[in-house]
Design a protein around this ligand. Structure first.
Ligand SMILES: Nc1ncnc2c1ncn2[C@@H]1O[C@H](COP(=O)(O)OP(=O)(O)OP(=O)(O)O)[C@@H](O)[C@H]1O
Ligand code: SF4
Ligand SMILES: [Mg+2]
Length: 328
């Protein structure tokens, strides 16, 4: 099998002062032209996973376990955040959950994009500014020449998110990580932004990791899905398999609220109870405190294993149908 663009193996780390891993044995792959959606409740480790892949975790505050991040065939130790950040250059880009945290309110947006372009391409200011203009037009910002000279506060939330996308994509990254890029936006703007990312992906063949709470979005854009619970990937596979044949009790709980493709969008999280905090995770299966099928064997950790080729779940009883039939 051809080497994927990004191959994450057993990513594992905790923050200083924590006695359990906040991200544990997380593995997934993303190929060119593919979109991996990462879903899971608030606090399950989606954003910190993304930050680790960008080399943005402050290494003094984080203790890494083993694991490996391979990007385009080159291997990195996750603990070497500096080297990952250096390699990332303009090859990987991220759209952050909150656009205002990554736009500097004191600088005109055209200058901010041009600066990112200049830094990575080592071109002159005029060429960088021309690229900034081109990108603003591409992300659908009306009157882009005028907008170049405006400050972030002069733009609406939707326009700011477009600026973030323009900035992230200005250097034609091979991998885009989008962390809830549309959560703060109204539904129409959400749809436009997703269309835009899809369009740019079709044009450049970039791989995309989309972090979202919205299963409607996942149904629309994912080629693959990783379901995270309490810092672990509990189910992983092609989108079709996850939607049509979910195998982990947590995924099944989430899917209970799945909208139809044509119905209204709903956010996930209808599983009763809440995620235990770090330091209070049960031994063995971290989902056991909320799982309707929990049994003594769940006191040992279920490995993420193939249920059908390429469709993996971390549950002792998967495939569940089989188990339920046997115990009937
Ligand atoms: N710098 C930090 N120091 C200590 N703990 C942290 C730090 N950053 C994040 N965490 C903790 O790590 C866990 C995972 O956080 P993360 O932001 O990745 O969640 P998330 O899945 O992105 O949630 P959301 O859907 O709300 O964005 C949380 O318990 C969070 O409190
Ligand atoms: S391993 Fe046990 S507790 Fe965990 S999801 Fe499966 S049945 Fe539930
Ligand atoms: Mg987050």
């Amino acid at each position: 099998m051809a080497e994927p663009l990004l191959d994450v193996k057993n990513l594992q780390f905790r923050f200083r002062g924590q006695d359990q891993d906040v991200v544990q044995d997380v593995s997934f792959r993303v190929g060119r032209n593919e979109t991996l959606c990462i879903v899971g409740e608030s606090g399950c480790g989606k954003s910190v996973t993304a930050l680790a892949l960008m080399g943005l975790l402050p290494k003094d505050d984080v203790r890494f376990g083993g694991g490996e991040v391979r990007f385009d065939g080159e291997s990195f130790a996750p603990s070497d955040q500096g080297r990952i950040a250096q390699m990332r250059g303009d090859r990987m880009a991220m759209i952050f959950q909150e656009p205002m945290t990554s736009l500097n309110p004191a600088f005109r947006i055209g200058d901010q994009i041009a600066e990112a372009v200049e830094r990575h391409r080592q071109c002159g200011r005029a060429a960088a500014r021309a690229r900034a203009l081109e990108m603003l037009a591409k992300v659908g910002i009306p009157a882009p020449e005028q907008r170049l000279d405006e400050y972030p506060h002069q733009l609406s939330g939707g326009m700011r998110q477009r600026v973030m996308i323009a900035m992230a994509l200005a250097n034609d990254p091979e991998l885009l990580i989008a962390d809830e890029p549309t959560t703060a936006l109204d539904v129409t703007v959400q749809a436009q932004i997703l269309d835009l990312i899809a369009e740019l992906q079709a044009e450049t063949g970039m791989g995309t990791i989309m972090i979202t709470h919205d299963l409607g979005v996942v149904a629309e854009i994912a080629t693959d899905v990783a379901v995270m619970y309490a810092g672990q990937v509990v189910e992983y596979g092609p989108a079709e398999a996850i939607f049509n044949d979910p195998q982990h009790p947590y995924t099944i709980g989430l899917m209970a609220s799945v909208p139809t493709l044509t119905g209204p969008r709903r956010r996930l999280s209808t599983v009763p109870g809440s995620v235990p905090s770090i330091g209070q995770m049960p031994e063995g299966c971290r989902f056991s405190s909320r799982c309707p099928f929990a049994a003594p064997v769940c006191g040992t950790r279920p490995p993420l294993r193939d249920i059908t080729p390429g469709h993996r779940a971390a549950c002792h009883f998967a495939p569940l149908e089989l188990h339920l039939e046997r115990s009937a």
